[in-house]
Design a protein around this ligand. Structure first.
Ligand code: ARG
Length: 284
């Protein structure tokens, strides 16, 4: 066994773990309705630019050694690019999304069908929930957001179906309407988050669970810096989140900055575009 030098302060893993992601090309991306404070349908969007930025995110994942699967985009569903909202996949079991707003309702069945067609065990949700937008999975628990989109009853439903403890966190700032806009897992046991996005009680829960968390500033949160994807070593993050990026580097993480400014016009960043497919590691 080799021991790390006692002075080593890095908390990132030496290597990231390879991930499997589902993504959806933003061929039909635009902002035609407003369901969060980032969305201004009266302003212009540039679909070709959204596709270019999305392609560079996909390439970033592939160059890190991750696998990217694709679901076909559907005309008339401009937010379908935000694959994170499509489902929650843990141990190869797929908990389906049931969207809060009618504009996105058809996305839930489209994502669930993608998984069912490929032999995954799926559950159609009985309660409103927006998939990985509001459920972030750690080794021993799932953190679950509520307050804007996902019902607390869906937290219980996900826990029963997936068999992992679900910890409810209340979001209070409408700019951070999904949990994944205010918090991301650094690895299986620690997180980065923006405290002001959470209720007082939920902040206490976060302090208790994660005393060594990375605490983000409002400047980082306002560029959706918390909407990041870490494989335990490499963190794919919006390039403008400069304070957060410095702290991640200080802790030994490799930072992979991306520019998703076009998709931010709909309130999304790199994590929103990314649904993780976690395989079943149980021996059946
Ligand atoms: N316009 C979309 C909505 O408001 C953005 C979703 C972003 N996705 C996410 N996982 N935060 O529903």
């Amino acid at each position: 066994m080799t021991l790390a030098p006692a002075t080593e302060t890095t908390e990132s893993g030496r290597t990231g773990t390879a991930r499997h992601f589902l993504m959806c090309r933003p061929d039909f991306f635009t902002v035609s309705y407003s369901i969060n404070p980032w969305m201004h349908p009266e302003k212009d969007t540039d679909t070709a630019r959204a596709v270019r930025q999305w392609e560079s995110l996909r390439q970033a994942y592939e160059s890190l050694g991750h696998t990217v699967s694709l679901i076909d985009p559907i005309e008339g569903l401009p937010d379908m690019v935000f694959a994170a909202n499509g489902a929650l996949v843990v141990d190869g079991r797929v908990y389906g999304a049931r969207f809060a707003h009618p504009q996105r309702a058809a996305e839930g069945p489209a994502y669930l069908r993608w998984f069912a067609d490929r032999g995954y065990e799926t559950l159609e949700a009985s309660f409103t929930n927006e998939g990985e937008g509001d459920y972030l999975t750690l080794d021993e628990m799932i953190l679950a957001g509520t307050g804007f989109r996902t019902d607390v009853a869906a937290h219980m439903e996900a826990q029963e179906f997936l068999g992992r403890p679900v910890v409810t966190l209340r979001l209070v700032d409408p700019r951070f309407y999904h949990l994944d806009t205010a918090l991301f897992p650094l690895n299986g046991h620690n997180v980065a988050y923006y405290p002001e996005a959470f209720s007082e009680g939920s902040r206490k829960v976060l302090r208790r669970l994660f005393p060594d968390a990375v605490i983000a500033t409002s400047a980082d949160a306002e560029v959706l810096g918390l909407n990041a994807v870490s494989d335990g070593r490499n963190v794919v993050v919006n390039a403008e989140a400069s304070g957060l990026i410095l702290e991640l580097k200080r802790r030994g993480f490799e930072v992979v900055p991306v520019d998703l400014t076009e998709l931010r016009k709909s309130g999304g960043g790199p994590k929103c575009c990314t649904l993780e497919i976690r395989p079943n590691r149980e021996i059946r």
